[in-house]
Write a protein that binds this ligand. Structure first.
Ligand code: Q9C
Ligand code: ZN
Length: 691
């Protein structure tokens, strides 16, 4: 959109931020995604762009108990008020551990009071018309907090408290209908409950649902939850079926559900529960909304309630992506944003959800009672991300013979423990890019002519049937591939990348599809046992094969030569190691990777993972060995049960052959780790030590 013309005054945008909200931290300083740096990073970003100077900076205020009481029980208010006091010092951590996804410290009470009070302050200023809009950069977040329950990093339900304040405490401001738009990637269960029977608040939440498996799991976020009694039709859920949802999916929901309903509802003010955990590269959300995407969502809301918008921070755990998104939104409110386009296609599943929601609600909102031209919409949409089937543990492979075990991605997208993965170096410019044309429908309802005006698909080798190939995505993610066997010798490892064979090998390798050399090579020593098992190998003929015991041990040390390669190349190496790369002499095209980003997160969390698809390969277990330079270190080895079978003698353990020994020694010597004598001693020690 254009900058405001000279005759229309610049919009007055408020900003609230207070350093005291940073004092709510984990008690022992453990890492946690909901950290003080979140709001500091946003504030710093806005400052660096000169945003505060163009806004009205408001003071944070503590909420009064009487205003909390419209939403929370007396009991809950007293609990949050007192939890940071000295008398709770010894009990605080134990209490928090009994709650769902909550930590508490000496700063928690004040931060919670400030967050809720600030949203009241912001809402009142906007309702009065003193300001056009406000961005409240607050924490702890609020939308999961229920009447008598802190959960999901939330203590008080900031937005719900403010909505009740406007409706109940300030009737003179004329706010009779409030639209709450909750675009946090998680369902706003707390807010939904608060206004479930109340038509004065139209609650709209778009979230990952994954059929009830995504946090906060259960059925509350389902699309059939439409409100009750007088509130029926005033609760709208958009439950995504899976991860990877992007700008196009959100815009489609705005255009075909939210915007038509908002026109009809005609709210007096809009409160946005603005979590940014659906943003690209968020470690919890697994979606990929861009800053430009958020700016469009907000832009589309500005046509209502005379632009009275209060944007309230909820979740969002990738500091960079979240800060850029808030900045983009600030520019929209200041009417400084310019046009851009969307680079993804809408998922088929998104259309399915939109259709189901429209069907569910059309009795309450007649504007929805029009058939969408689904056939033509779906033509240009992308299929759901592939479901990867693997077994969750070694015992599954053995007990549950033959049965495939599908695990929902949300279980491991929701890792609170492993932030390093959020730093995976994905090229932001290309991530998730599928389509280079602006194919978003700008109108809220699709006429026949619009429907026939179909989006142009730009074909490129990254796109297959409208879906980005896994290779183009994984080629942007780097990992350390850690070798401990013959791959320590660089010329040998390069056969897996470039193809071909070196001295001593009986068969050539086909190489990786991407033949570019490793970006870096470094060495590391790890507390794992190197062992030799099996009596022959395909590449070296008779003789032992090296494995790394997946278990750490205090008495063992193994040398690792680590190559910095892409996750795409790692997949190709994994298949070659397991002799699965070729079939009848032809290189197999992998429809989906054996190890994708989701499984990578799962491996990071569980340290090792036997891959069912490779269960007959010798190197069927991917092992995660912490990180180096924020990149995960991965290797491949045999399964834990194979190690047991080596130990019991059920599988033959045998020393490396002469050729194989020579390769190992070459690796260690040319890698400048050991002298020839030391290298021979190291390998012999590993080969002869009792298992
Ligand atoms: N298995 C907000 O974004 N995840 N809260 C817990 C436990 C909690 C997110 C996973 C996610 C809470 C405001
Ligand atoms: Zn969230």
């Amino acid at each position: 959109m254009a900058a405001s013309p000279d005759d229309s005054p610049r919009p007055r945008v408020g900003l609230i931020y207070d350093e005291r909200m940073c004092r709510h931290t984990t008690p022992d300083g453990e890492a946690h995604p909901e950290c003080p740096e979140r709001i500091r990073a946003i504030w710093k970003k806005l400052q660096s762009e000169g945003i505060p100077q163009r806004c009205v900076v408001l003071n944070a205020k503590k909420v009064e108990d009487k205003y909390l009481a419209s939403v929370h029980t007396r009991n809950h208010i007293e609990f949050i008020k007192n939890i940071s006091s000295k008398e709770f010092d010894s009990r605080r951590q134990r209490i928090a551990s009994k709650l769902d996804s909550i930590y508490l410290n000496v700063g928690s009470s004040e931060a919670a009071y400030l967050a809720a009070g600030s949203v009241i302050e912001a809402s009142e200023k906007v309702a009065k018309g003193d300001l056009n809009s406000v961005i409240a950069i607050v924490r702890p977040p609020g939308h999961h907090a229920e009447s008598n329950e802190a959960m999901g990093f939330c203590l008080f339900n900031n937005v719900a408290v403010a909505a009740n304040y406007l409706l109940n405490e300030k009737p003179e401001l004329g706010i009779k209908k409030i639209l709450i738009v909750d675009w946090d990637v998680h369902h706003g269960n707390g807010t939904q409950k608060m206004f479930y029977k109340d038509p004065r608040v139209l609650f709209f939440s778009v979230h990952r649902f994954d059929f009830g498996c995504f946090y906060p799991s259960g059925d509350d976020g389902a699309y059939c939850m439409i409100g009750e009694g007088p509130g029926a039709g005033y609760n709208i859920n958009i439950p995504w079926e899976h991860d990877q949802c992007s700008d196009a999916d959100y815009i489609a929901v705005w255009d075909h559900v939210l915007i038509p309903i908002a026109k009809e509802y005609n709210p007096d003010i809009i409160l946005v529960s603005a979590g940014f955990d659906a943003a690209i590269d968020d470690p919890l959300g697994g979606c990929c909304v861009t800053p430009h995407g958020y700016s469009l969502l907000l832009q589309k809301l500005m046509q209502f309630a005379q632009g009275k918008i209060v944007m309230v921070l909820e979740g969002g755990y990738n500091l960079k992506s979240m800060s850029n998104s808030v900045l983009a939104c600030a520019k929209v409110l200041l009417q400084e944003e310019s046009v851009g386009s969307i680079h993804t296609a809408t998922f088929k599943s998104a259309w399915r959800v939109i259709e189901a929601v429209r069907h569910e609600l059309k009795g309450y909102w007649p504007v929805l009672d029009v058939e969408l031209p689904l056939n033509s919409l779906i033509t240009n949409s992308r299929p759901c991300p592939p479901e990867v089937i693997y077994s969750s543990s070694e015992s599954d492979v053995e007990n549950d013979e033959g049965a495939t075990h599908t695990i929902n991605f949300s279980e491991f997208a929701e890792h609170d423990v492993l932030l390093p993965l959020s730093k995976l170096k994905i090229d932001e410019d290309n991530h998730g890019k599928v389509i280079a044309s602006d194919q978003v429908q700008e109108e809220e309802s699709l006429s026949a002519s619009e429907a026939s005006h179909e989006a142009e698909l730009v074909t490129s080798n990254e796109i297959v049937d409208g879906y980005i190939t896994w290779r183009s995505l994984l080629s942007k993610v780097e990992v350390w591939y850690a070798s401990y066997g013959s791959n320590m010798w660089m010329p040998r490892f390069l056969c897996y990348i470039e193809g071909g064979k070196v001295e001593g090998m009986s068969a050539p390798c086909c190489g990786s599809q991407d033949k570019s050399s490793p970006k870096d090579v470094i060495w590391k020593i790890v507390p794992h046992r190197l062992l030799f098992g099996r009596s022959h190998s395909r590449t070296w003929g008779a003789g032992g094969v090296a494995f790394l015991d997946p278990e750490r041990s205090t008495s063992d040390r193994a040398y690792l030569c680590m190559y910095r390669i892409t996750l795409e190349q790692f997949n190709d190496v994994l298949l070659q190691e397991n002799s699965l790369h070729q079939e009848n002499g032809m290189i197999k095209q992998m429809a989906s990777p054996v190890l994708d980003l989701h499984i990578l997160e799962y491996v990071a969390k569980n340290k090792s993972l036997p891959l069912k698809t490779l269960k007959d390969g010798w190197y069927s277990t991917v092992l995660y060995l912490e990180t180096e330079d924020d990149l995960p270190i991965l290797t491949m080895t045999c399964s834990a049960s194979d190690v047991e079978r080596f130990k019991s003698g059920e599988l033959p353990a045998s020393a490396p052959t002469k050729d194989y020994m020579k390769t190992l020694v070459n690796g260690l010597v040319e890698g400048k780790q050991l002298t020839m004598e030391e290298a021979v001693a190291y390998v012999n020690d590993a080969a002869t030590r009792k298992l």
